[in-house]
Structure formats: structure tokens, C-alpha cells
Design a protein around this ligand. Structure first.
Ligand code: ZN
Length: 451
């Protein structure tokens, strides 16, 4: 660890977290001990934590106080983790309908978030300080598995809104101090890709972080132009938010000369699982209970494939209890050779997001379009289909509160991104159909990327 990183890890970041009333440092230190516990001890700990979490939720969250009463559910009677299945599943539509009653009555300093989610179903939700501390700590622990620490230079390839608010500007100062450099992943014109490559060469980051599709796209560009990036000393590329394909892993690993570590989670569901250097996809079991369910909502035994459902134990301010992610995976009883007792998640089939191509040839990450829709009120679900360079269709399943006047704004923003003479059609549908594979894809492009 060099001097600057040492200073950031031990002074700057702890002070930053203390000022924000986060307990991240203590949580991370504790997690670095508990990761080595035997699986059975971790389970015991989960049960204790689950019990006190549900008791707290019963006290503080009106929605669950009423629900527990109706179901005659008493957290004190919880005997095993399996008893969690006595509570109903939650999904985005339930959270949308009850978002006020889901806030703890005494919660302070909640932050509002929104996400497109894996099914193109927008969701607005709230995150308290405890939750932030736990999610940041879990990510911090995972970066340390790979010999990278907070304060080491990092390149983040991520979608970001074009206009910056006050919060974003504060974040920029923090990012600068922590040596995090953001490359906006929305627009990937040839000129932008050249810039990205130069930026990475100049910064010599210890770590890359981003969507696998976006990192692979930059890698492909570098290879095409014979730009050497495998001698910069990059230790690891963290990828998340999308399904990671083998060809992407290979492209990223050879180009940047570092291993790829896959992460699974989301703003809504939390930091669910992350790969260790031995290859195991370890669940953040101290905070997150993962269940796998079948199509009827019944819990499946370990080893069987089904939908991932999570309960996040640090979310008493705005609970996520038995929350359906829409993604598919299976649990495993295997032990990872790294020796950590944290259980493993296998064969995760997350969402995929296509790139779209603007009329002038600029390649855009699908999120550039998703961001337009997910902020609008009254949209229950959506899907964007780019049929050709000249036409894009948007399917929208309306909820109450949808304002037809939004059409004009959608048209304008889509044209701004894709080209002023591109035809944008809005089709209203009852619900968004899944793909044949059974998975949702919320951005589908039939335009081929020129390699
Ligand atoms: Zn491991």
C-alpha cells in the first residue's frame, strides 16, 4: 500500500464516513473477521440478526407492523432461517404501492433512489444510513480480497446524468480525494473511446469498475487501435449490473492484463455477492439472506435453480424483506478453496442490456435511454426496441399517475440521443412480455455494432 492510499484508507475515508454518520469502518472490520466463520456459525449469526431485524421492523415500520398483526407473526418465535418463508414475498409493485408505509416512522436522513431494475420496472425507494454503511463496507471488503483498497486510483465506467446537481458536485470532490475517476458510459463514440483509453493509460488505475458490456467495448476499441493497456499494473476489473459473458471476460482480461471479478447486486437489493480470487461467488451473508424460489413462489432446496429473493438485514429504515430480484441462480453447499465460510451463489443469470446505435454511428449504452423513462411517474414497466437506425419503438405499461404529456418529453429526449430524424413510436401495452428465454431484456437493439 503506498503512502497516499494508506492516508486515505486510515484517515480521509474514516473521517468522511464519520462526518456522514456512517459506521462503515467498524462494519468492514467486523466483516473481515466473520468471513472466516464456519458456515454453521454464520447461519447462527444470521438467525440472531434476522430476529432482531424483524423485531425492529415491527416496532418502526407501519406496513410490517400491520402485516405481522394480520398474519399473527411474532419475530420472537423464529426458530430457523426457514421460518422466514412464513412472510409473504415482496416485489417492485408492492413497494411502489406502499412506499410511504414502508418508511420507518422515526427514520431520519433517508436518501431517495430509483432504479430501472432487471425487468424494466422502475422503482423508487429509500435508503437509510445504516444500509449505506453496510453496502459500502461489503464492497470495500471485496476490493480488499483483490489487494485493492480505498484510495487506490480507480476508473469507474458508469452511466451518469449529464447535468450535475449539488450532491453530485460534492461527490466529485470526494471522488477526487479517493482517486475515483468516472468515465461516463452512456456515449461511446470513437472519439470518446479514444479519450477513455488515454485516460486509463494516464491514470494507471489499480482497479476498473463498470458494466461488463462497457468495459469489453473499451477493450475491443483499444485492441482495434493497438493500444497497450496490459502493462499498467491494473490488479482487477470489477464488473456488475449485467450478466457477464465468457467472451467479455476474456476480452477484458487479455486487454487490461488483469482478472475479472464478477459482482451481483443492485441499488435496491444491496451488495448481494462477489467473486473472490479463488473464483467463489460469496454471498454477503452477514447482511443478506438469499432464498431461491420456484415459479409458484415456493422455496427450493440448495442446488436447484430459481429466482433469487433477498432479505437485507440492514434495511430497517425501509425494509427489503423477501424481495424478488427477477434474476435466476442457485445456492451451493460447496466450500470455496479460499477458506471463507461465506456461502456461494452459482450460475447467476442476470439481466442483459443491449447497446443502441445513434444515427451518426455513436454507440450508446442502453442505460442512456433507460434513464429517460425510469424517472417519469406512472410507468409500471417498459421495453425499448431499436428496430433500425431510423426507428425505435418504446413499449410502456402504464400505472396510475401516468401523464400523457410525458410523450412529448420522451420523444424529444430519445431524438436528442438517437438523432433528430429518427422515428420514435410509443406503444401502450398491458404488460411487458418476457423474452423466449424467460428473461426480461429492457433494451433490445436489432442494429448490429460495427466491430
Ligand atoms: Zn472464496
Amino acid at each position: 500500500m503506498n503512502c497516499y492510499t494508506n492516508w486515505v484508507t486510515h484517515v480521509v475515508f474514516p473521517v468522511h464516513e464519520w462526518l456522514k454518520k456512517h459506521t462503515t469502518v467498524a462494519v468492514r472490520k467486523d466483516m473481515e473477521k466473520t468471513q472466516w466463520l464456519a458456515a454453521s456459525d454464520l447461519k447462527k449469526r444470521q438467525l440472531e440478526n434476522l430476529k432482531s431485524f424483524l423485531k425492529e421492523v415491527e416496532q418502526r415500520v407501519p406496513y410490517y407492523r400491520n402485516l405481522f398483526k394480520t398474519l399473527n407473526f411474532d419475530p420472537n418465535n423464529l426458530n430457523s432461517l426457514e421460518d422466514l418463508s412464513h412472510l409473504p414475498l415482496t416485489d417492485k409493485s408492492i413497494i411502489r404501492q406502499h412506499s410511504d408505509e414502508l418508511k420507518a416512522f422515526d427514520a431520519i436522513g433517508l436518501s431517495r433512489f430509483n432504479t430501472g431494475g432487471s425487468s424494466g420496472e422502475p422503482l423508487v425507494f429509500y435508503i437509510g444510513k445504516n444500509r449505506v454503511s453496510h453496502d459500502v463496507a461489503a464492497k470495500w471488503r471485496a476490493t480488499r480480497w483483490w489487494g485493492v483498497d480505498i484510495g487506490d486510483p480507480e476508473i469507474v465506467v458508469w452511466g451518469s446524468p449529464i447535468e450535475l446537481g449539488k450532491q453530485d458536485r460534492i461527490k466529485l470532490i470526494r471522488d477526487k480525494l479517493l482517486r475515483t475517476h468516472l468515465l461516463p458510459a452512456f456515449e461511446m463514440s470513437e472519439a470518446k473511446l479514444d479519450e477513455f483509453v488515454q485516460h486509463i493509460q494516464a491514470l494507471k488505475p489499480k482497479m476498473l469498475f463498470g458494466y461488463p458490456s462497457a468495459l469489453a467495448h473499451i477493450a475491443r476499441h483499444a485492441q482495434k487501435h493497438n493500444k497497450k493497456l496490459n502493462d499498467l499494473g491494473i490488479k482487477v476489473a470489477f464488473v456488475t449490473s449485467e450478466r457477464l459473458y465468457d467472451h467479455q471476460r476474456e476480452m477484458i482480461e487479455t486487454t487490461f492484463g488483469c482478472p475479472v471479478a464478477n459482482g451481483y447486486g443492485g441499488r435496491d437489493a444491496g451488495f448481494i455477492a462477489h467473486q473472490c480470487p479463488a473464483g467463489g461467488m460469496h454471498i454477503t451473508a452477514e447482511d443478506i439472506i438469499v432464498e431461491i424460489i420456484d415459479k409458484q413462489g415456493q422455496v427450493l432446496p440448495v442446488g436447484e435453480e430459481g429466482e433469487i429473493v433477498i432479505t437485507h438485514l440492514a434495511t430497517a429504515d425501509f425494509p427489503f424483506i423477501r424481495y424478488r430480484t427477477g434474476d435466476i441462480a442457485k445456492l451451493s453447499n460447496d466450500l470455496c478453496v479460499c477458506g471463507r465460510g461465506l456461502p456461494l451463489l452459482k450460475d447467476i443469470q442476470g439481466r442483459t442490456t443491449d447497446f443502441v446505435v445513434a444515427k451518426d454511428g455513436t454507440v450508446l449504452h442502453g442505460l442512456a435511454l433507460i434513464y429517460v423513462l425510469r424517472d417519469l411517474p406512472g410507468i409500471g414497466g417498459f421495453k425499448i426496441i431499436q428496430t433500425s437506425l431510423d426507428e425505435t419503438r418504446i413499449q410502456i405499461a402504464r400505472d396510475q399517475g401516468y401523464d400523457p404529456a410525458c410523450e412529448e418529453a420522451i420523444q424529444q429526449t430519445f431524438k436528442k440521443r438517437l438523432g433528430s430524424d429518427v422515428a420514435i413510436h410509443i406503444d401502450y401495452v398491458d404488460h411487458i412480455e418476457k423474452e423466449k428465454s424467460g428473461k426480461f431484456r429492457y433494451v433490445v437493439s436489432h442494429v448490429e455494432l460495427k466491430e
